[in-house]
Design a protein around this ligand. Structure first.
Ligand code: NAP
Ligand code: MG
Length: 474
C-alpha cells in the first residue's frame, strides 16, 4: 500500500496542515492501493504564497530559458515511462497499451509541442506608436479530472510554464499518482522553487479554495459542467479569468459515400476508447436511413475487437470505469435508454460475464435513438453508442447541432465538398475528418456549454498571458 501524504509546496515535500486522508482505489480490483492527503484551505494558502513569491523572477525569465526548461522536463518525463504506464493502469484501469500509447504519450507530446511553439512565439509586437507586450498572467490555479491523468495536467502545465506563470495544481483525488510522478519529473528537471505547487485533496475543499483565492489570477479547469459553473461563480467574486474545458455530446456524421466497414470501426474505436470516458467522444453516430442496416451489420462485425476486460490482458480494448459512482451513473443512463424506447443491439445493463469485480461496463450500442432522448442529450461518460438516423445532409447537420454542447464533431466521407460543408456547419471547437491522427499544435476547446478558452499549442500559451499596450513608443 502506498502512502503519499505530502504536498509539494515551494520546492519541498511538506505535511498538510490537516490530518485528513483519502483512499485511492484500483477500479479493476476495487482494492485500496494507497492514501493521499486531503488538503486544506490553509495548504492552498501556503501554495499560493509560494507561487506568488516565485512569480516576479520566473515571469522575467527569457523565452530561451523556458524552452530549455520545457525540454528538460520532457527529457526527465521520458525517463519515467514505466512508472507512468504502471500507475495510470492502476489508478484509472486503462489497459497497459492505452496507458503507454495514449496517456503517457499525450503528456509528453504537450511539453515537446509547447517547447517548439515557443521558438516562434512573439511576446512583443510593434503596432504604430504602440508596443504590445504579452506578459504572464500571474499565479494560475489548475484543477484537473481523472479521465486523462497526464494529458490534462501536462497541457495546462506546459502552457503555464511557457508563458512564465507560476501554478498551484489540484489533480483528481481518483487519479493522483500520475501527478505525483510528474512532480518528481519537475524536481529532476530543476523547475525553480515555488513555480510549481501541488496540493492534493477534494474538489469541495482544495478546488474551492483555489477558485475563490484572491491571489490566484487565472483558473484553468477541466471536468463537469456543474463544477465549471461553481468555479466561474467563485472566480467572478475576485474577477479572475477562467478557462473551462467541459463535457460534450459530439456527433459523428457518416456520409453515404464512405465505406461502412471503415465507418463502423472508426465509430466504435472512438466511443469505446478509455471506456468511453472521453470528453470529445463521438457518442452520437449519425447514419442515413438508406445506409442504416449496412452500418449495423458492419458494426456487429467489428464489435468483438472492442472488448472490455482486465487492463493487464493484452487483448483488452478497454478496462473498467474509474469508480463505482461512474459505474452507477452509466448503468442509470443505459436503463434510461431502454425506458425511453431506444433499441439495444449490443451490451446493456449489468456487469460483463466473468468481470463481476471491478467497475466494468459492457460495450453498449443503441439504435433508433431520437435526438431528444436523454441518452442523446446528456454526457454519459461510458462505453455507450447512440445511433441516430437522418434523411438528408441538412437534417444530419441540424441533429448534430441540436445539443447544448460543442466540443467536437466528426465526419467520415469521400466527397471533399460535402465533408467541408459538414466541417463548417458543425458548431464545435474541433472537427476531425476521416479519423486523422492527433495534432498537438491544433487548438482544443469547446463552443457553447462545452467550455471557454482553448488549450494545446500556441493557443494554449495565450490563455496564460495578459496583454499590455505601451503607448508612445518611438
Ligand atoms: P468533476 O466533479 O467536475 O471533477 C473534476 C475536478 O474538479 C476534480 O479535480 C474534482 O475534485 C474537482 N472539483 C469537484 N468539485 C469541485 C468544486 N466545488 N470546486 C472546485 N473543484 C472541484 O467531475 P467528476 O465528478 O469526476 O465526473 C462527473 C462527470 O463530469 C463525468 O461523468 C463526466 O460527464 C464529466 N467529466 C468531464 C470531463 C472532461 O474531460 N470534460 C472529465 C471528467 C468528468 P475531486 O478530486 O474531488 O473529484
Ligand atoms: Mg470529489
Amino acid at each position: 500500500m502506498r502512502s503519499d501524504l505530502l504536498h509539494f509546496i515551494d520546492g519541498e515535500w511538506v505535511k498538510s496542515t490537516g490530518a485528513d486522508s483519502i483512499e485511492v482505489l484500483n477500479p479493476a480490483t476495487e482494492e485500496v492501493i494507497g492514501t493521499i492527503s486531503n488538503g486544506t484551505k490553509e495548504d492552498v494558502d501556503l501554495a499560493v504564497k509560494a507561487a506568488r513569491k516565485a512569480f516576479p523572477t520566473f515571469s522575467q525569465t527569457t523565452k530561451e530559458e523556458r524552452i530549455a526548461l520545457l525540454t528538460r522536463i520532457a527529457d526527465e518525463y521520458e525517463k519515467r515511462k514505466d512508472d507512468f504506464v504502471e500507475m495510470i493502469t492502476q489508478e484509472l484501469g486503462a489497459p497497459i497499451i492505452m496507458s503507454e500509447k495514449v496517456h503517457y504519450n499525450m503528456g509528453l507530446a504537450h511539453f515537446r509541442q509547447v517547447a517548439k511553439e515557443l521558438e516562434t512565439f512573439e511576446f512583443t509586437e510593434k503596432r504604430g506608436p504602440t508596443l504590445i507586450r504579452k506578459e504572464a498572467i500571474g499565479v494560475s490555479g489548475l484543477i484537473t479530472p481523472w479521465n486523462f491523468p497526464t494529458n490534462q495536467t501536462s497541457t495546462k502545465l506546459a502552457s503555464a510554464f511557457a508563458a512564465g506563470s507560476t501554478v498551484v495544481l489540484k489533480p483528481s483525488e481518483l487519479t493522483p499518482y500520475a501527478a505525483l510522478i510528474l512532480t518528481e519529473v519537475f524536481e529532476a528537471a530543476g523547475v525553480p522553487k515555488g513555480v510549481f505547487n501541488l496540493v492534493n485533496g477534494s474538489g469541495e475543499t482544495v478546488g474551492d479554495a483555489i477558485s475563490s483565492h484572491p491571489d490566484i489570477d487565472f483558473v484553468s479547469f477541466t471536468g463537469s459542467g456543474a463544477v465549471g459553473q461553481k468555479i466561474s461563480e467563485n472566480a467572478a467574486k475576485t474577477i479572475k479569468r477562467v478557462a473551462l474545458e467541459l463535457g460534450g455530446k459530439s456527433p459523428l456524421i457518416v456520409l453515404d459515400d464512405y465505406d461502412m466497414k471503415k465507418a463502423a470501426k472508426i465509430a466504435a474505436g472512438n466511443v469505446f476508447a478509455n471506456s468511453g470516458q472521453v470528453c470529445t467522444a463521438a457518442t452520437r453516430t449519425l447514419v442515413s436511413k438508406a445506409k442504416h442496416d449496412e452500418f449495423i451489420e458492419a458494426l456487429k462485425g467489428v464489435l468483438p475487437r472492442f472488448s472490455v476486460g482486465n487492463p493487464r490482458d493484452e487483448k483488452t480494448f478497454y478496462g473498467p470505469l474509474v469508480a463505482e459512482k461512474q459505474y452507477d451513473r452509466v448503468q442509470d443512463y443505459i436503463q434510461k435508454g431502454l425506458d425511453e424506447g431506444a433499441e439495444l443491439i449490443a451490451g446493456g445493463t449489468g456487469k460483463p460475464e466473468g468481470l463481476e469485480t471491478g467497475y466494468y461496463v459492457k460495450p453498449t450500442v443503441f439504435t433508433n435513438v431520437k435526438n431528444d432522448m436523454t441518452i442523446a442529450q446528456e454526457e454519459i461518460f461510458g462505453p455507450v453508442m447512440s445511433i441516430i438516423t437522418y434523411d438528408t445532409l441538412e437534417e444530419a447537420i441540424e441533429i448534430a447541432n441540436d445539443t447544448i454542447y460543442g466540443l467536437a464533431g466528426y465526419v467520415v466521407g469521400e466527397d471533399e465538398e460535402t465533408v467541408q460543408k459538414v466541417a463548417s456547419s458543425i458548431r464545435a471547437g474541433r472537427i476531425s475528418i476521416n479519423n486523422p491522427p492527433s495534432d498537438f499544435s491544433a487548438p482544443f476547446g469547446g463552443y457553447k456549454q462545452s467550455g471557454v478558452g482553448r488549450e494545446w499549442g500556441e493557443y494554449g500559451i495565450e490563455e496564460y498571458l495578459e496583454i499590455k499596450a505601451v503607448v508612445g513608443v518611438s
